[in-house]
Design a protein around this ligand. Sequence first.
Ligand code: PMT
Length: 407
Amino acid sequence: MKTKKILIIIGGGIAAYKSLDLIRLLKKNNFEIKTILTKSGREFVTPLSLTALTGSKPHENMFHTDEEAKIDHISLSRWADLVLVLPTTANFMSKLCQGRAEDLSTTVILASNKDIFLVPAMNVRMWSHLATQQNVKSLKNYGYKFIGPEKGEMACGEYGEGKMSSPRQIYSEIKNYFYNQKILTQKKLTALVTAGPTREYLDPVRYISNESSGKQGVAIANALSRIGIKTKLVLGPSDSQVDKGIKVIKVTSGIEMLNAVKKLLPVDIAVCAAAVSDVKPINKNTDKLKKSYNQLNNLKLDKNPDILEYLGKTNKSKPRLIVGFSAETKDLIKNSKKKIREKYCDIIIANDVSRRDIGFNSDYNEVHIIDSKGNKEKISKGKKSYIANLIVENILKKFLINDKNIN
Ligand code: PMT
């Protein structure tokens, strides 16, 4: 890939020190970096360390007299392929919302014709404050892209959402963005993702289900959509945050999920991350079941339709790449390889659901990506959003190989 140029604006927050690790990672992978050091960013990172890592002095002022600073706000914004603001503070977001151009950083952003990624970092209460959330909403409407924030322990000792994404996570988002831009400029792709659990009601108040939160599937839908793939999501009961721009169909049961999937075809790529209940009651009792032996003994179960298998077998509008998940508690690889054959998919993402620190309802996952030829790649434990980026990167690579029209 041609060398990509990133302009990093360093904001004033304790997480600013992580920008140095990110720059190191980007430079190691042949990205060209220029920086703007804001006045408050200077309190946390020195111009000297930025110069040493990037090979050029950070830009700090709007108006210069010296030779070195010939680059003005327009040429700086045109130079970049992408602009990254980290950490993005609550104050900085509020300035962007107002369209202020009061210093070099805000002026460059206002003048930019490139995608701008904001990487927020702040105290959990500052992040969840209605004013901040209103600003996030407006900024998304203006077209700004967000990386994070994540949940975790903060520099102030409190716990919650507001922690800046790790340099590794930010790097994976940037890499995906550029890698996939190449594909997307050639072809407009569409994707369908299933996510979350299903609920199979026994009576009006009780159901068969599982612990799926929808986080992994939603993270995949978000990752696909963020790189410009037109994404549709069929989502079982879940509170996970879905990005704007994704068409979401909310469902409850496995049958509803299958019907929604059928309606959304055709698509280029299908990813089945939902934990569809394998069984459902043959009949749903109209009234709440009684404990009586008769009523419980008459509970009859049936198999739910298999959505992934349906997609693999259908002749009508079959997706060009089908990705399944495999949730196992033992013999993960062996059982997952079997599922590729039995469910006719191209790739299976295998995860061990016996562990409590990953898989069901955790913010983390660890997966093996296995293709129909038996090639296997492990992605070590990371946030589900990070895992999703790498899965999407892998999916697109496979898509590229499968699809002779894209080169
Ligand atoms: O939702 P989270 O809390 O983030 O947790 C993520 C996850 C653990 C649910 C996810 O990573 C995962 O493993 N999803 C698949 C769960 C599952 O049902 O696995 P399975 O091995 O039983 O099914 C294999 C494949 O068949 C899956 O792609 C599944 O979506 C699909 N399937 C299964 C049954 C069915 N009736 N229809 C299906 O489409």
